[in-house]
Design a protein around this ligand. Structure first.
Ligand SMILES: Cc1cc2nc3c(=O)[nH]c(=O)nc-3n(C[C@H](O)[C@H](O)[C@H](O)COP(=O)(O)O)c2cc1C
Length: 211
């Protein structure tokens, strides 16, 4: 039997100062305790490893959609997308740490989504029945740490709108990953940050033990 693989996909560039990353470390410590045989990898999305998805890649995607084979620069861009997808797809268990950026997600995570969300990798599409979700049925599950500083559940729209978890989980479900655990840290500007942080770390520990 092969060991379960957990991949932590880290979307904050703030290293050890990052709240979401610190909560992720708490999750990983508890996960390691509960699953000593598992293999854990962290993918820091800011380390230069996420390929661009520009003109050549977009042309390659449209070529594949039309049933053609990408050529030249397009072939290289398509190969880079395939490699990134293979890395993403190598783990059954996924942990994402995601700060809110301008109501949404950091652009580096959107870049990863744009790189790996390809026909034949993440999705299929039928003109009449719509999308199929190619990661469905592969035993995958995701834990997602969401943080923000101004927006919080229950605050009015003058504190922003949550396109962070709504967008991200729509994407996860589109891929076929529907087993999703949320861990949240939203202290807000008037909240008790220390207390909220303690609660978020305790929640991360608890969720990791049963993940
Ligand atoms: C570029 C940027 C944009 C941000 N946009 C928002 C936002 O729209 N709403 C919000 O509540 N907090 C926003 N924040 C605050 C972060 O979401 C918050 O501090 C979060 O906990 C940071 O996570 P990290 O410490 O893991 O990087 C933003 C922070 C940065 C750096």
């Amino acid at each position: 039997m092969t060991a379960t693989r957990l991949m932590h996909i880290a979307a904050s560039p703030r290293g050890s100062a990052s709240e979401s990353r610190q909560i992720a470390e708490t999750f990983l410590d508890a996960y390691r305790e509960a699953h000593p045989a598992s293999v854990i990898e962290t993918w820091d999305l800011w380390d230069g490893s996420v390929p661009e998805f520009g003109p050549a890649a977009a042309a390659a995607k449209m070529a594949v959609f039309a049933g053609d084979t990408p050529r030249g620069e397009g072939a290289a861009a398509w190969q880079a997308a395939k490699s990134a997808f293979a890395r993403f797809d190598s783990a059954e268990h996924l942990l994402f740490s995601i700060p809110m950026w301008n109501a949404g997600i950091p652009y580096i995570l959107k870049q990863l989504i744009d790189v790996i969300s390809q026909p034949g990798m993440v999705f299929g599409v039928d003109p009449h029945r719509g999308y199929s979700h190619l990661l469905h049925g592969k035993g995958k599950k995701a834990a997602v740490i969401y943080t923000s500083a101004v927006w919080g559940p229950g605050l009015g729209s003058t504190f922003g709108t949550n396109f962070q978890s709504t967008y991200f989980e729509d994407w996860l479900r589109w891929t076929g990953i529907t087993n999703i655990t949320q861990i949240r840290y939203h202290p807000t500007l008037t909240g008790a940050a220390d207390e909220e942080r303690r609660r978020a770390h305790a929640n991360a520990r608890e969720r990791a033990h049963t993940f």
